[in-house]
Design a protein around this ligand. Structure first.
Ligand SMILES: NC(=O)C1=CN([C@@H]2O[C@H](COP(=O)(O)OP(=O)(O)OC[C@H]3O[C@@H](n4cnc5c(N)ncnc54)[C@H](O)[C@@H]3O)[C@@H](O)[C@H]2O)C=CC1
Ligand SMILES: O=C1[C@@H](O)[C@H](O)[C@@H](O)[C@H](O)[C@H]1O
Length: 336
């Protein structure tokens, strides 16, 4: 069976996911496209999916009889209504992060899915599929002993002028928020945010870098540096300190050069290249589960937990170093 997918939002990642479905992955085909900017959908159709039908609205695409499953890759604030519409239609839906821009919005999706009685939603937390993070998790489970500390960094070379302080949480830290719950099999109890002086390349609406300190239920302390104008590259770092030893996220493969009296190797600059294989595996996983009418991988509950945590982190950004409590209600049985 070929899974017939409709894509809502054909910008940077919608285009890239369409490319992987059409050219890299097996078992699926993009049959429908929609974007508020129809010219963008038209261009993706011309370049990648000539047989796809264009829809003026995401709602019409979700309702279309030829669409078996939906990809939501539009702007974050538009995700919630599309995911709710897909769940109401009983269609599996892959939603890029964030699941919703507020915890209440994500909670509404959890409630709709629980009422439906079966998982339909996968959230685009692709790091869970990254070979490096999978190896790190195995090392933590088998070798380091119980984790005590995590030191991490999320560095982007540069961001556009429109990127402001809370986006460091909603847009960027959200990946760490999810991956550390998964890596440590734990949940958060509090968040703090600390600021050094602003980097010279920043501006009045962006505190950069910043350090987020998360504490977990099991007592692990996690410090994450977010530095989105670090200039030198796209650099994701993570070290877990356990009772018996430490484990570090592997560096992406890079040729080791000895040249001009220096040892050197390149650092990536684009998140698309850093996680290219993980995006492939997460979407192949979606195709497999959606072909059976369901969903797997990062769930709506994970999207909700991330939204609750990111709301607390944004509050902590405004609380001058004070800890902000993080509390989740009981996890519904659907997500056990
Ligand atoms: N997992 C990951 O590593 C990444 C995830 N993302 C997430 O993917 C989403 C899209 O990001 P980008 O592709 O970078 O943004 P983008 O701005 O390049 O593309 C978004 C597209 O959505 C369209 N759009 C906006 N509102 C819409 C609506 N109501 N209905 C239909 N289309 C609408 C826009 O016209 C645009 O073409 C965001 O939620 C972002 O956080 C983005 C980059 C990486
Ligand atoms: O999701 C992503 C972007 O939206 C975000 O802006 C970047 O900071 C992240 O590294 C990337 O993975």
């Amino acid at each position: 069976m070929t899974l017939k997918i409709g894509v809502i939002g054909t910008g940077m990642i919608g285009r890239d996911h369409t490319r992987r479905i059409q050219q890299v992955l097996a078992g699926a085909e993009v049959v429908a496209l929609s974007d508020v900017n129809l010219a963008s959908a038209e261009s993706v159709r011309a370049d990648l999916a000539p047989n796809a039908k264009l829809y003026e609205t995401g709602e019409a695409l979700i309702a279309a009889p030829e669409v078996d499953a939906v990809l939501v890759t539009s702007w974050g604030a538009t995700h919630e209504p599309y995911v709710l519409a897909a769940v109401a239609a009983g269609k599996p839906v892959f939603c890029e992060k964030p699941l919703a821009t507020t915890a209440e919005g994500a909670r509404r999706i959890v409630e709709a899915e629980v009422a439906h009685g079966k998982r339909l939603v996968q959230v685009g937390f692709m790091r869970r599929y990254d070979a490096g993070y999978l190896a790190l998790r195995q090392a933590v489970q088998q070798h380091t002993g119980a984790p005590i500390l995590v030191h991490a960094a999320h560095r982007n070379p540069a961001v556009p002028e429109a990127y402001v302080t809370p986006m460091a949480i909603h847009d960027t830290l959200i990946h760490e928020i999810d991956v550390f719950r998964w890596l440590l099999d734990d949940d958060y109890v509090s968040a703090r945010v600390l600021y050094p002086r602003n980097a010279a390349r920043s501006h009045s609406k962006l505190r950069d870098p910043q350090v987020v300190v998360l504490e977990t239920k099991k007592g692990v302390l996690i410090d994450v540096e977010i530095f989105v104008n670090c200039q030198y590259g796209y650099d994701i770092q993570c070290e877990v300190v356990g009772e018996a030893g430490t484990a570090r996220l592997p560096e992406p493969m890079a040729v080791a050069l000895r040249l001009d009296a220096k040892r050197q190797s390149s650092i990536l600059t684009d998140w698309k290249d850093r996680f290219v294989a993980s995006y492939d595996v997460e979407l192949q996983d979606f195709i497999a589960a959606a072909s059976q009418g369901g969903a797997t991988g990062p769930s709506a509950w994970d999207g909700y937990a991330a939204a609750v945590t990111s709301d607390a982190c944004v509050q902590a950004q405004e609380s001058a170093g004070q800890a902000v409590a993080i509390e989740l209600p009981a996890r519904p049985a659907l997500y056990e």
